[in-house]
Write a protein that binds this ligand. Structure first.
Ligand SMILES: [Zn+2]
Length: 333
């Protein structure tokens, strides 16, 4: 940008130079705004090209494509999500004069030439506009980020369990996941979103959201009762690599975890009372790993007890006396 002095040096009189500086500011702002619009348009154009390559059938017979039309609709703000659901409980969108559903796969428009693809539904300009709108940022998911941010900020525990619904690949459209609620310490049961509030998420989007939050998956997905429900335990900091094998893991079940936990208690119990167990007529079946673990625990417990005794012996008599007089009853219990 030129200053007044520079314009004067170029031969303008001071009044004109001052005007030129002001005009220059306006021009720069316009250029900046245009650059911003282009930046928003570019990822959208990439998606359009991706759709055209994936489904050549979306081109119109007389030229152009339904995806290009859809892009204009999106850029003009010509669509919005309706609060109600369709009669199957799917999302509902108003696109121009037409109504359609992303999950439902249908549109009420008269575009009979639009291809209908298994797993994607009718690919008319209206549903492609919804696809563009909801995939606007591709691997980013600001809506999910906005949903999770306050939850993890106010969660009292070290972790949060996200309730995630998963569908397996039925028709070649790939596995699908939806964030459907959450649980954290202090809650008697998890929060479950209504079907309309549920937030679909792809793996790249989940990776992006976790990256933004600085949180990570810290355990394998935990399978809940039913077909679709999982808990995804997330916590601040590092965790599992969020690759496909981990994200789509078939999941541990509550029963598996419970069995493991009970077995651990059992082994610890045996370790503490090993002498009694050895002498008892009760038979306890242990694998060689478990037997080894019991011996290890037993040794550890013995060491701890010896250490406690050493510490006690080392205490001055006055201190021992004080503890016995004041806390004796509690310690005895
Ligand atoms: Zn349509």
């Amino acid at each position: 940008m030129n200053t007044v002095a520079e314009f004067i040096k170029q031969g303008w009189d001071p009044a004109q130079a001052a005007i030129l500086v002001e005009v220059q500011k306006g021009v720069t702002v316009d250029a900046y705004q245009e650059a911003k619009v282009d930046a928003a348009r570019l990822p959208l154009l990439r998606l359009v090209e991706g759709y055209e390559a994936k489904w050549p059938g979306i081109h119109y017979a007389k030229g152009g494509s339904r995806a290009r039309k859809a892009m204009e609709i999106v850029l003009n703000g010509g669509l919005y999500r309706v609060i109600e659901a369709d009669h199957n409980g799917n999302d509902l969108w108003q696109v121009g004069n037409h109504r359609c559903s992303k999950r439902g796969g249908w549109c009420d428009c008269k575009d009979e030439q639009a291809p209908v693809i298994v797993g994607y539904g009718k690919l008319c300009q209206h549903r492609l506009a919804v696809a563009l709108k909801t995939n606007w940022l591709g691997d980013q998911h600001p809506e999910l980020l906005a949903y999770l941010q306050p939850i993890i900020e106010k969660a009292p525990g070290a972790f949060v369990d996200l309730l995630i619904e998963r569908d397996y690949d039925w028709h070649g459209e790939g596995n699908r996941a939806r964030v459907a609620g959450y649980w954290h310490h202090g809650m008697s049961q998890h929060v479950r979103l209504t079907p309309l509030e549920i937030i679909p998420v792809t793996l790249p989007q989940f990776q992006w959201v976790m990256g933004q939050l600085g949180w990570a998956l810290v355990d394998l997905p935990m399978k809940l009762a039913g077909f679709t429900d999982y808990y995804y335990r997330i916590a601040k900091g590092d965790g599992f690599p969020l690759d496909e094998a981990v994200f789509w893991h078939k999941g541990r079940t509550w029963q598996m975890s419970d069995r493991e936990r009970m077995r651990r208690f059992q082994l610890r119990d045996i370790a503490i009372h090993l002498d009694a167990f050895v002498k008892s007529p009760l038979y306890v079946g242990l694998s060689s790993y478990e037997a080894g673990r019991v011996m290890q625990l037993h040794a550890q417990i013995a060491v701890n007890q010896e250490q406690a005794l050493e510490v006690w012996e080392a205490l001055p008599n006055t201190v021992k006396q004080f503890i016995l007089e004041n806390k004796g009853v509690e310690y005895a219990n």
